[in-house]
Ligand binder design. Structure first.
Ligand code: HEC
Length: 103
């Protein structure tokens, strides 16, 4: 009888630990607006418009691939974001800016 209880306990324990392992870790959601607020807004303003030192990102005539290029490699006085932001994060902020254009 003890053996059966022990076996049962082992099964319950292994099921419990198994289900813990297989529970999906929450997928990291990349929020372009959050990245813009923390990394870009200090130079570009919260909505992409600040002063004459930075272009108006609400109206700038760049498509997504041009945006990716400028953000990744930098432009003029803007630092390159390659290595500081992941390609997926750069893509998310580029999408945010493209979204402003098509509003
Ligand atoms: C240190 C200040 C600074 C920060 C931080 C900054 N920028 Fe810029 N950004 C600039 C300046 C200055 C320019 C104008 C560059 C030029 O044309 O000489 C610029 C230009 C741009 C352009 C236009 C590029 C082009 O090809 O004309 C885009 C798009 C842009 N920034 C997006 C971003 C994004 C997205 C972030 C955040 C990840 C960001 N910037 C962070 C200063 C900054």
């Amino acid at each position: 009888m003890k053996k059966i209880i022990f076996a049962f306990a082992v099964i319950v324990f292994s099921i419990a630990s198994c289900s813990k392992k297989s529970s999906p870790t929450a997928a990291k959601v990349i929020d372009g607006a959050k990245i813009f607020a923390s990394d870009c807004a200090r130079c570009h303003g919260a909505q992409g418009v600040k002063d004459s030192r930075t272009p108006n990102l609400q109206t700038i005539a760049l498509n997504k691939s041009q945006l990716l290029n400028s953000i990744t490699f930098g432009k003029g006085h803007m630092p390159a974001w390659q290595g500081k932001l992941s390609p997926a994060e750069i893509s998310a902020v580029a999408d945010l800016i493209v979204g402003w254009h098509t509003k």
